[in-house]
Design a protein around this ligand. Sequence first.
Ligand code: CP
Length: 326
Amino acid sequence: MQTDLRGRDLIGDLDFSKEEVETILDVAWDLKMKRAMGEEHAYLRDKVLAMLFFFSSTRTRGSFEAGMAQLGGHAAFIESRTTQISHGDTEKELGEIFGRYFDGIAIRHVDWGIGNRYLNLVAEASRVPVLNMQDEIYHPHQCLADIMTIIEKKGRDLRRKKMVVSWAYASSYLKPISVPQSLILQMPRFGLDVVLAHPPEFKLMPEIMDQAQEQARKFHTGFEVVDDMEEACKDADIIYAKSWGPLLTTQDPVEGKKIQDQYQDWIADDAKMALGKDDVIYMHPLPADREIEVANSVIDGRHSVVFDQAENRLHAQKAVMALTMR
Ligand code: CP
């Protein structure tokens, strides 16, 4: 067990070693049990987390804010548009100044080519941990909740279990690529054979693909890329099907939507779920475009674990905060 996480940033999924992620999961389960039993666990009494949002959120805001309160501290919700950032506050100033007010700085910034750099520049200037609430490359806290949920449903021995990370059609907006990228980086470390499925225009970042291949080699797991959702779903133990924008092809929303609209049959429906094993689970980080990205009968059906998955955001993040912000 690697427990020395005090003061550490969590920006990319591989910032913490596998052993460190296992520690986070163990602490998360302990905190989950303590909450269920009504046991006090105020490990961060009087500590304050700044939550700086450049993009909207339901789960991330709710779970970080509730988590800090349950740990005996407080979370300050700060929307970037209500700050002086657009009038000149730099990343260095944010890091220096918020690092002196707060005990941790959590940031969501998903703008293409900007968000991850922003987080890293704040972290360079900050004396307190910087936690990534999603940027355009990574969504590490979502991924921690995801592996926690998979272990709860499938057990700790995940060797030879098939996880499908599939693109799905959505009509609402071009969603970030950070969730599938985090998944392909983290899941091989836990023994899962990952199959990534997407239409040709929906490639992930080449450097992330290389790192995912490297993790798969290191942990002796499978990592395959296919362009057929049905082929991918065959014999799956886990189907994690969500939309993302064709952002490596175009960042133009109109052009991107035109590309996206060609693939409306990429929906997680009963027929796709039936291709998986009988006990296959359906995962999605939410929000989902219902009846477009996923059929109601799937997201509300017997295979779906989306509410347990959303709940685990709370426990996993509390573990990260308790370990890094003490
Ligand atoms: N899954 C997730 O990050 O949800 P929000 O965008 O609502 O925070």
